[in-house]
Design a binder for this molecule. Structure first.
Ligand code: NAD
Ligand code: GLY
Length: 359
């Protein structure tokens, strides 16, 4: 088993990575001072695959687990379904010592964390991420959220989990497209933080695509290590944590302009990472060779690299202008000056953005 720690003083927690460990969660929970009631929040897709394993493991150790399901999909990560979960918890008599478990991808992780943060002013929760994206990104760091009709993730809190429990075996049931989309976030960690890791990902492409478990554990571990280090230094994203948004300015704009769902998140940020790397090259920072290496690596994993033809460039520029990272009308982006070295909150001028998309 691989073990990491997210250092956040009294809110520190462990990330445990292993294979075939879902049946051990009950035993692990005995170490926490939690009450007997455990709410497992999931959706029908994931609950059918892994729900029973979790329920039996918890029952075997004397816990009282309740499976609470919401429909599968990003559109259900909203206030209505959060309220639905809260109502169920109240009706089932959950109290301040009760605990929640998020069993699923980032959608389930975000809504469970949000509910945990507001139920009776905050109860503990555990992340059991079952998508690659959730295992390397959304389950770590304590950003919770639900969507609002006016925008994605606009309602949320910071509320750290008590434990992140990763079972790489769950990735075998994940649709291939979702798996590859998660690889994009792993490539991102190499580019933003660690050139050796970037090279390791390139070298082990075949094994990653074959889901070799030793390699999966290694790349998930390194990704979580990087995220944990960033979050420990800047939990509330006052500066460094913005580094994790590399590829996301253009990526989010693609998601918005193509309608959420046409491009998976990792696919959209793949194109975003390439455009933002090219911008850095145009500005004279990133070398042509490094730009090409980023593009080739993303492409070699079967991720998209070209701007979708349905995206209107003037709409893209308008969307970039209203990105959350901008301050007082100035466009701020995270761009690589080298592989493993970033410029954070870099002020970009609108003329350079136009050059990027029109030339
Ligand atoms: P998702 O949660 O929608 O999961 C993708 C699909 O895979 C779903 O249909 C799900 O039911 C299915 N699935 C999950 N695990 C499975 C498994 N093991 N086998 C078979 N099917 C499985 O998508 P996602 O990409 O995991 O997460 C996206 C969400 O994460 C977005 O809402 C995004 O905003 C959020 N996010 C949050 C953070 C954060 O820091 N909190 C970071 C990144 C993304
Ligand atoms: N996924 C970005 C963050 O956690 O900050």
């Amino acid at each position: 088993m691989e073990k990491l720690r997210v250092e956040l003083r009294e809110r520190s927690y462990e990330i445990l990575i292993n294979r075939d460990n879902l049946h051990l969660i009950g035993e692990r929970l005995l170490r926490f001072s939690t009450g007997s009631k455990i709410g497992i929040i999931s959706n029908p897709t994931v609950a059918e695959l892994y729900g029973n394993k979790l329920v039996s493991s918890l029952k075997n150790e004397g816990f009282d687990p309740y499976l609470i399901l919401i429909p599968d999909g990003e559109t259900y990560k909203d206030y209505f379904w959060a309220y639905h979960i809260l109502t169920q918890l109240l009706e089932l008599g959950f109290d301040r010592r009760s605990c929640l478990i998020a069993l699923g991808g980032g959608v389930i992780g975000d809504i469970t964390a949000f509910v945990a943060s507001v139920y009776m002013r905050g109860i503990s929760y555990i992340q059991i991420p079952t998508t690659l994206l959730a295992q390397v990104d959304s389950s770590v760091g304590g950003k919770t959220g639900v969507n609002h009709p006016l925008g994605k993730n606009l309602i949320g809190t910071f509320w750290q989990p008590s434990l992140v429990w990763i079972d790489v075996d769950t990735l075998h049931s994940l649709p291939e497209r979702e798996f590859i989309s998660g690889v994009a976030e792993i490539i991102k960690y190499g580019i933003i933080w660690d050139r050796d890791f970037f090279e390791f990902i390139k070298t082990n492409k075949e094994k990653i695509l074959k889901k070799d478990e030793n390699i999966l554990i290694a790349i998930i571990k390194r990704s979580c290590e990087i995220k944990a280090e960033v979050v420990s230094k800047d939990e509330r994203e006052s500066s460094l944590r913005a580094i994790l948004n590399y590829g996301h300015t253009v990526g989010h704009a693609i998601e918005t302009l193509t309608g959420y769902g046409s491009y998976l998140h990792g696919e959209a940020i793949s194109i975003g990472m390439i455009y933002e790397a090219r911008l850095s090259n145009l500005l004279g920072f990133l070398s042509k060779e490094n730009y090409q290496s980023i593009k080739d690596t993303i492409k070699n994993f079967g991720l998209p690299v070209d701007m979708p033809s349905i995206v209107d460039i003037s709409a893209m520029i308008k969307t970039i202008l209203i990105d959350k990272k901008n301050i007082e009308g100035k466009i701020r982006m995270v761009i690589p000056e080298d592989i493993g070295k970033m410029k954070i909150n870099f002020e970009v001028n609108i003329e350079d953005i136009k050059k990027l998309f029109y030339e």
